[in-house]
Design a binder for this molecule. Structure first.
Ligand code: ATP
Ligand code: MG
Length: 423
């Protein structure tokens, strides 16, 4: 893609009311635009990263047997009344239809939709288990919307719901999802800082599990057992000797009391719902003996924008973002200096022919200094510079954004460098 055609250009300043580093950088570098608190547009660069994240997630969901659907955002009040959440779900956006005068909600999650949907099909034990997921916009009237795209009022979530004949089958799938989530966060480049975290299981399960990424920009406090590599959310942590079923005093794996307090952001959450939603909607199946039983459910969420923001938050320096190769908007940022557009255009085309994603800074009105600063701000893994100096040696200068390493290479070596995934 030609940078001269990229909408919009980078900006020197971030909005004053934007406090988190990821949002400031993402706005300045032209990945997102803020419409109002908690509501963002994904601009071309941000959209490319979002699609890469989406593909990583979709691939893992499909590997785990998930089948993709798309449910509506507009939801009827009756469904929310059935579960009692019309009154109790604090961040539910509610409104009245002007014409029909019916009360509606904008979906913050989809248990109230998917449970009655599954209940329409006269399920037998032969139909179970099955797993449905979607990647879709959610709406929550969040009180705090200070963390940029990490806490939106409108945001994109992947939500998968699993349906089982028994609790053992749910338990097995839940473990599979833990592994699946680990793969996703590893692939997205935040694996090293992301920990499986014990959290409240609500009234139906002892625990749920969150995936918490350690960052000062996080809104949660977790207690990390460095030995086991698992953590406990402060919501259920009980530092005193008092223990109940729900509160934990030490590491749930090894019992150690030697835990480290950290700030973290929840990037994903898995939850055993059991019959919490199947009961109110009468979601049942017929077992081998012809008896009707409640379907057992699980749900598994990941916020895509929150994940994108988290990746930027933990991968940046004072010059800009440092994208992991797996989610970078482009593989190479090609910069031409001093009007050598013909030769550079040739390199651009050769890279593209080989299927390499290139952002080509072909701008004639930008100085070398501006081009370098923008390249660091945007954070594409490799910067390739073509100038009179490099061309005199028949070479291109490549710089690794993460390590800062600079090399002079020929075109063939350039290709090799940017296709190797040593991230
Ligand atoms: P939090 O405690 O941070 O509000 P939550 O417990 O409400 O999160 P879930 O309802 O489990 O979150 O949603 C599943 C996932 O969706 C979360 O793990 C997170 O990645 C994402 N998510 C939740 N709320 C938001 C939001 N307001 N903006 C962006 N992503 C969100
Ligand atoms: Mg929430």
């Amino acid at each position: 893609m030609l940078q001269s055609k990229l909408f919009p250009r980078t900006q020197k300043e971030a909005p004053k009311d934007e406090v988190s580093a990821n949002a400031r950088l993402l706005i300045r570098a032209g990945f997102i635009d803020k419409l109002m608190a908690g509501v963002y547009t994904y601009l071309p660069l941000g959209f490319r990263v979002l699609k890469k994240i989406e593909n990583i997630i979709r691939e893992e969901m499909e590997k785990a047997g998930g089948v993709e659907i798309l449910m509506p955002s507009l939801q009827p009040k009756e469904n929310w009344e059935k579960t009692g959440r019309w009154e109790t779900y604090d961040s539910l956006f509610k409104f009245v239809s002007y014409y029909s005068k019916t009360e509606l909600a904008l979906g913050p999650t989809h248990e109230e939709i998917i449970s009655p949907l599954a209940g329409k099909f006269n399920l037998s034990y032969k139909n179970l288990p099955f797993y449905l997921f979607q990647i879709q916009n959610k709406f929550r009237d969040e009180k705090r919307a200070k963390s940029g795209i990490m806490r939106g009022r409108e945001f994109i979530m992947k939500d998968l719901y699993s349906f089982h004949a028994g609790e053992n089958d749910l338990d097995d799938y839940y473990e599979k999802m833990k592994a699946c989530y680990k793969n996703i966060f590893d692939k997205a480049g935040i694996g090293e800082k992301t920990y499986l975290t014990f959290a409240s299981g609500g009234s139906f399960s002892k625990y749920s599990h969150e995936f918490q990424t350690i960052t000062d920009a996080g809104e949660d406090i977790i207690y990390l057992c460095e030995k086991c590599g698992v953590a406990i959310n402060s919501e259920i942590f009980q530092p005193a000797t008092l223990t109940s079923d729900v509160n934990v005093a030490g590491c749930p794996e090894c019992g150690s009391k030697n835990l480290v307090e950290k700030k973290a952001i929840e990037v994903g959450n898995i939850f055993k719902l059991k019959t919490k939603y199947s009961e109110p909607f009468g979601l049942k199946f017929t077992d081998e003996n012809g008896e009707e039983k409640d379907v057992i459910m699980g749900c598994y969420g990941i916020g895509l924008g929150r994940l994108l923001g988290t990746i930027a938050e933990i991968n940046h320096d004072d010059k800009g973002i440092i994208w992991p190769e797996s989610v970078a908007p482009f593989a190479v940022h090609l910069l031409v200096l001093g009007g050598l557009t013909a030769k550079c255009g040739e390199i651009y085309e050769n890279l593209q022919k080989r299927g390499i994603e290139v952002l080509y800074d072909d701008r004639e009105d930008a100085s070398p200094g501006e081009k370098f600063a923008d390249a660091d701000l945007i954070g594409i893994p490799y910067r390739a510079v073509v100038s009179e100096k490099t061309l005199a040696q028949g070479k291109v200068e490549i710089k690794n954004r993460k390590t800062g390493e600079i090399k002079l290479v020929n075109e063939k070596e350039l290709l090799k460098a940017v296709t190797s995934s040593d991230d």
